[in-house]
Design a protein around this ligand. Structure first.
Ligand code: NAP
Length: 332
């Protein structure tokens, strides 16, 4: 957690959607003593969150009026299909609030935000953390600790108000204990297609293939199967929304994987060939990943660090450079 002193009148965060990600964000901000309130569509979630001490409501219009009056930073914590209705309400009732989101794809969100005339106050976000569980009951303090929180900047405005939103989004992410890695929308969507959406599709295929092996296959499955298919436990509607909203980048990554699998299959059907090269290449690739991100969740990551002064001359070039390195940033 960031233990930096609180400013005298900290502006609140208003989280719209108190599911796993939005609800865990609320819990972290509360834990850090930051002012936060939220809205959720279903009454059951609002009742559960309120019982846990959270300031939450099912009244969207009233919540947005409050956010506008208190200059709150709005956080969209819902899946892509829910965005148009929510953004329509934001545009009508809190158009001047800073706006961010936690959605797993960034292209569609930027497009929808722009279509609602809200890009001037929008900074995209994506915390690279989660579990296979959903809803308020799955929320937890510390979900984002040491995780990467991607913050986008391709709609950067030469406007102090936009820079202020960018700074607030970074500060909010750091309050949860996350490290901020800047990336533009296309670069983010291409990267997450490879490291998140493709693994979801592959995990579904692995699970289906194992299941078709019958009871004995499932009975024998041990840790490697559990690890390789963990994300297939995610709620199907979320997987569908993630993957279908990043189709182009996912198809590119899937084509590469299919070519590798086809070549492995061809090699296995040829008694004079084998999968040695693939096994070595895959092993080397995994070691490179471990060197970058740490061998386990507990071991330290080795991302480069770039110090950035928001709004200073050349600061966006620094963010682009950080994107190419996958570097985290430190804001001063
Ligand atoms: P979740 O636990 O299932 O929560 C979904 C939230 O969205 C709930 O508050 C739900 O409200 C609300 N919602 C769904 N459809 C809605 C609609 N049509 N109108 C209004 N509200 C609606 O999901 P989550 O994992 O927190 O995912 C939320 C966002 O975080 C998604 O955009 C996802 O891409 C992103 N994300 C997820 C992960 C992950 O690992 N799960 C990681 C990073 C980012 P109700 O209670 O009324 O259903």
């Amino acid at each position: 957690m960031n233990n930096a002193p609180l400013s005298p009148t900290p502006r609140p965060v208003c989280v719209l959607g108190l599911g796993l990600i939005g609800g865990s964000l609320v819990r972290d901000l509360r834990e850090a003593g930051r002012p936060v309130f939220g809205w959720n569509r279903s009454t059951a979630t609002v009742e559960a969150a309120t019982a846990d001490g959270v300031d939450a409501s099912t009244d969207l219009v009233a919540t947005l009026h409050r956010a506008a009056a208190q200059d709150a930073l709005l956080v969209l914590g819902v899946p892509v299909p829910a965005l148009p209705t929510l953004l329509e309400a934001v545009a009508a009732h809190a158009p001047d609030c800073g706006l961010t989101d936690v959605v797993s794809v960034k292209g569609d969100v930027l497009e929808t935000v722009t279509a609602h005339g809200l890009a001037g106050r929008y900074v995209g976000g994506h915390p690279m953390a989660g579990t296979a569980d959903s809803g308020w009951d799955a929320t937890t303090v510390g979900l984002f600790r040491d995780a990467v929180w991607v913050v986008t900047h391709d709609n950067a405005q030469d406007d102090p108000a936009w820079v202020d939103v960018w700074r607030r989004v970074v500060e909010m992410a750091e309050t949860t204990g996350a490290v901020v890695v800047p990336a533009r929308t296309a670069a983010h969507d291409s990267a997450v297609a490879r490291i998140s959406h493709l693994p979801h599709v592959v995990a579904e295929a692995l699970s289906i293939t194992a299941d078709r092996g019958g009871a004995l296959a499932l009975s024998l499955a041990a840790t490697s199967f559990r690890d390789g298919t963990r994300v297939a436990g995610t709620a199907p509607h979320l997987v569908q929304a993630m993957c279908e909203n990043n189709r182009d980048a996912l198809v590119t990554a899937l084509d590469e994987t299919l070519a590798l699998l086809t070549s492995a299959r061809d090699a296995l059907t040829d008694p004079d060939d084998g999968i040695g090269t693939m096994a070595h290449d895959g092993h080397d690739a995994r070691l490179r990943y471990e060197a970058f991100a740490g061998r386990t969740r507990e071991t330290p990551a080795n991302r480069p660090l770039i110090r950035v002064q928001p709004g200073a001359p050349g600061w966006l070039d620094q963010l682009h450079y950080a994107e190419t390195l996958g570097a985290r940033i430190d804001v001063f």
